[in-house]
Ligand binder design. Structure first.
Ligand SMILES: NC(=O)c1ccc[n+]([C@@H]2O[C@H](COP(=O)([O-])OP(=O)(O)OC[C@H]3O[C@@H](n4cnc5c(N)ncnc54)[C@H](OP(=O)(O)O)[C@@H]3O)[C@@H](O)[C@H]2O)c1
Length: 328
């Protein structure tokens, strides 16, 4: 096998980003689309020039026409359908948030071992050269001792019918976009926090529409994270050390010509750090191809993924109980 044949599980909006990334990747091809509805699948296949359309998720998974599945279902279905796909021998790239509890993550990891399938969280931003360079700056000591990480991901959620507002679907701003700042803090700090405190503002449907958390690490280090569905689009990330701070104005998504990574030394002029261009979703796809075709371990490990979910679950528990929650 030298090409991965991909099937997309659902006609989700986000597919529009992964389809061109797989097309650009050289070693993969989207060959199938599955929807709950046959007409929707057929129309989607025509629009995106996908060869095979399936009117149920099961029929694509048992078709023998694909090697790997991209799971872009609502959050509450990630674990169930990832496990189902792996039970048919298919490799899985599952959207963030990977699952809605640590127990679900553990079941997914167990399935990947039982069925010998590659399984990875689709956290595209971690694969971009910008994040690799930010990691080098943070971990090389150039910033001195890092004491604070700050990160935000906000946007205005316009539709009242969005899956992100449904508590039964794993809705909420922290699950949806706050998990990026959580993941960034974990990446920079080298692991999950020891304890967390937080506060959430709950909307009419019962999900957090704005969330703020403080993550406490060994060595008196903290990360401040927040997310919201109620403000215009805004992302930022900042790593603050004894020798200076590193700021990223587009850490997670847009990465257009306005993006900037700047080192502000404790004395001296700010230094803009160049970042190589790369299509944002290509890295996670190439990473899957290397894992499936060459047997290379995934860049983002399942232990890291498990810790993302562990931290988010602890942050929700802290907000809902109004208490500090210990992780270790
Ligand atoms: N990494 C990123 O940049 C990124 C960006 C956006 C979203 N995401 C993630 O991708 C996932 C999908 O988000 P999205 O905004 O693209 O979703 P969406 O447009 O609302 O699509 C979700 C799809 O899931 C299927 N589905 C199955 N059961 C459903 C149910 N009960 N209610 C609604 N839809 C159902 C539907 O496809 P069929 O009708 O075809 O079956 C629907 O099109 C989420 O987990 C989200 O966190 C990731």
């Amino acid at each position: 096998m030298n090409t991965v044949r991909w099937g997309l599980l659902s006609t989700a909006n986000i597919n529009r980003r992964i389809i061109p990334a797989i097309a650009d990747s050289q070693r993969g091809k989207v060959v199938a689309i599955a929807s709950r509805d046959d007409e929707t699948a057929q129309a989607y296949a025509t629009k995106w020039e996908i060869r095979h359309a399936f009117g149920s998720y099961e029929s694509m998974l048992t078709s023998d026409l694909i090697d790997a599945v991209y799971i872009s279902l609502p959050n509450h279905l990630h674990a169930e359908w990832s496990i189902m796909a792996m039970s048919k021998g298919l490799h899985v790239l599952c959207e963030k948030p990977f699952a809605l509890s640590v127990d679900e993550v553990d079941q997914m990891i167990a399935a990947s071992q039982r069925y010998d399938c590659v399984l990875a969280e689709a956290f595209m931003y971690r694969h971009h050269p910008q994040m690799v360079i930010a990691g080098e700056w943070a971990h090389s000591g150039w910033l001195g001792d890092i004491h604070v990480v700050r990160s935000v991901f906000n946007f205005t959620l316009q539709s009242h019918h969005n899956i992100r507002l449904n508590p039964e679907y794993g809705g909420g701003s922290l699950w949806d976009v706050g998990i990026y700042p959580v993941s960034f803090a974990q990446f920079i700090m080298g692991g999950p926090p020891r304890w967390v405190s937080s506060f959430q503002w709950t909307g009419e449907t019962g999900v957090d529409e704005t969330f703020a958390g403080i993550l406490h690490y060994a060595g008196d280090r903290i990360a401040q994270i927040s997310s919201s569905f109620r403000t215009p689009f805004y992302t930022t990330a900042e790593v603050i050390g004894t020798q200076g701070r590193l700021t990223l104005n587009q850490p997670f998504v847009a990465l257009d010509e306005e993006h900037k990574m700047i080192f502000h030394p404790s004395d001296g002029e700010p230094l803009e750090i160049p970042v190589p261009e790369k299509e944002l979703y290509l890295g996670e796809v190439e990473d899957m191809h290397a894992a499936i075709l060459d047997g290379v371990p995934n860049y983002l490990t399942l232990d890291e993924t498990r810790d993302h979910i562990r931290t988010v679950a602890a942050l929700y528990q802290a907000a809902q109980t109004n208490k500090v929650v210990q992780l270790d």
